[in-house]
Write a protein that binds this ligand. Sequence first.
Ligand code: SP5
Ligand code: ZN
Length: 371
Amino acid sequence: MLVLHDPTTLLHQTVELLGAKLQPALECPERLQSILKSLESPESPHELRKLTVADTGTDKSDRLIQYLHSTHAKDYLEHLETAHKLWVDQGLIKEDESVLAECFPLQASSGNASRLRQPPKDVFARAGFYAFDMSSGLAKHTWDAILASANLAIEATDILVQTSNAAERSILALCRPPGHHCDTKKTGGYCYVNNAILAVHALRSFPASSNNTKIAVLDLDFHHGNGTQDYFYESRDTLYVSIHGKDEYPYYTGFEDETGAGNGEGFNVNLPLDVGSSIEEYLEKVDVMVAKTKDFNPNFLVVSLGFDTFMLDPLGKFQIDTEDYATIGKRVRSAINGVPAAILLEGGYVVDRLGINLLSFLKGWEEGENS
Ligand code: SP5
Ligand code: ZN
C-alpha cells in the first residue's frame, strides 16, 4: 500500500491531564516512530512516501488553508496557530511548555447564551473556550504538525481521485495529531483539526466529483468520533459508521439512538460494544458496519483507523490481538472491495506494538482488496 508521511508530524509533543495527573500526552511522537520503523523494515511490502507541506507548492498550501477555513471556524484556527507564541511572549509559559485549558464555558442558560459564543478576553480562559477537555495542549510545533497532518489526509484523497493505478486504490495517511474528536471550534482527545472531515471535503471539492458523490466514513478507533459524527449528522451524502467502546470516552456521544437528523436521518450508525469484548464480538459489529456501508453504496471510503482497540492499550478495553487486525482489515476490505479508500491514522497508544499492529491490518486489507 502507498503510505504517506510528513516528518513535521513528529514535532508535536505536549502534555495532558489524565487520571488527575499532568503528564506527557500518550499521543506522542514515538507512536509514529514505531510505525515508521515497521514500514521501513525489509519485510514491509508497502511504499512509504515522504512529503511536506512546503514541497506540495504554493497552490496546494493555499488550498490546504482554504479547506481548513471551510471546515473549521476562523477564530479557532487563529487560536491554534497563535496561542503558544502569545503565552510565551506574555511570560505565561516557557517555550517548551504547552497552552492547556483550565476553565470551560458554562452550559447556556437565560441571559448568557450570546456570551457563550464570544471568546473571553482572559488569555487562560480562551484556552478553555477552544477546548472540551485537557488532553489537547498547544506546544511550540503543534500548529505545524496540525497542518502537516491535515495535508496528508488531503494529499491521500488527491492521489485517490487522480490515479488509474489499482495499487493506489487504498492510501494510508500517517496523520498525527489525530482528528476524529475535534469539531469545528473545539480541540479534544488529542485532536485539533478533523482530518476525516477534511478528506471528505477534499473528495467532494475535486473538479470531477459530482454533487451527489457518496462517501462513507468508517471509524475503527476505540473511541467514538464525536467530531466527525457531529459534522455530518444532517448529511445523507456522508454515511458515518463507528464501532467503539460503550460508555467510554468521549462519554456523551456514540449511542445507538444517534441515527442522524433531518436529511441525514438514517445516515449515522453507532455500534457501541461492551468493554472487555473479544475479537469475535468485535467482528459481529464489523459485519453490521460493512452491511450498512454496502447498502449505502459509496463512491469513496474514509477510514478513521485507531489501534487503541488493542488488548494492552491504556485507553482501550477490547480483547483484540495483533493477528486480529489482519482479520479486521480483510473483513472490511473484502466486503467493500474496489471502492477507493483514504485510511487515516487516529489513536493507539501501545507504542512498541503500533508498527506490527498496523502491518497486520494492512496485510489483511490488501488480501481483502485482491479477493
Ligand atoms: C484519538 C484518541 O484516541 N483520543 C482518545 C483520547 C482519550 N482521552 C481520555 C481518556 C480518559 C481515560 N480516563 C482514565 C483515567 C485514569 N487512568
Ligand atoms: Zn481513540
